[in-house]
Design a protein around this ligand. Structure first.
Ligand SMILES: Cc1ncc(C[n+]2csc(CCO)c2C)c(N)n1
Length: 225
């Protein structure tokens, strides 16, 4: 069994719960409250900024030139294209660039990004891939399953573009690349290493689910004022 198959089996219940989460289902049905998606867009912007740092770690942890170059391209693509697309998409919801620049990470965003950055900073390429694969692979799975279950979801005026992006070919390629690299790095590693990767993979999978939950309830820090 490939490492990705083993990890997928372990995380399957959590991934299923993510797909069944009301935030995801209501995107598919086109009924999601716009304020919840707006919250999600702002938090996701902050999330992606930290995620880009994982690609930077990838450059330093890669052990061959081709992999270094791929991480460097992903870092460039995220910083110089994706973030711009995200700002444009956010503008559709009335979110300004200033609002994005001033926004503060919610508790789950902080917990999730700090966890990934910590695991990757202190580990090798295996820990890094265990951190970042559930996000890339998981979003593609969600996009694909949404299109299967709700074929009209791609035509929604607000959420259609989002569904198309994650169900689409370009994102599928990113997910495939990440899964293949993860398999290459983890194959033949001792069981003790695999156990560590499994824990990271399961933890980031749970944070993905918690990210939907946080957006659905517009989670915030306790405020006393
Ligand atoms: C919470 C959260 N998890 C995963 C993604 C999916 N995603 C979209 S772009 C990108 C990086 C590659 O450019 C990733 C991982 C997301 N947006 N937000």
């Amino acid at each position: 069994m490939k490492p990705s198959e083993r990890l997928y089996q372990k995380a399957e219940t959590i991934w299923h719960a993510s797909f069944e989460h009301p935030f995801v289902q209501e995107i598919g049905q086109g009924t999601l409250d716009e304020r919840k998606f707006r919250y999600f867009m702002v938090q996701d912007y902050l999330y992606l900024l930290d995620y880009a740092k994982l690609f930077a770690f990838g450059v330093t942890k890669a052990d061959d030139e081709a992999t270094m170059r791929q991480f460097a391209n992903l870092l460039d693509g995220t910083m110089n294209t994706e973030m711009d697309l995200h700002r444009q998409y956010a503008a559709k919801f009335g979110i300004t660039t200033d609002e994005l620049a001033e926004a503060e990470q919610a508790p789950t965003t902080t917990a999730y990004t700090r966890y990934m950055l910590h695991a990757s900073h202190n580990g090798g390429l295996g820990e890094l891939m265990a951190s970042l694969v559930p996000c890339a692979w998981g979003y593609h799975e969600i996009g694909k399953r949404l299109v299967e279950k709700y074929p009209d979801a791609v035509n929604h005026p607000l959420y259609g573009e989002w569904v198309k992006m994650y169900a689409g070919e370009e994102f599928a390629e990113l997910a495939d690349w990440a899964v293949n690299l993860m398999d290459r790095v983890m194959t033949g590693k001792p069981e003790a290493d695999m156990k560590r990767y499994e824990e990271i993979f399961l933890t980031t999978s749970q944070y993905e689910l918690m990210f939907w939950e946080a957006a659905y309830h517009q989670e915030d820090w306790p405020r006393f004022s």
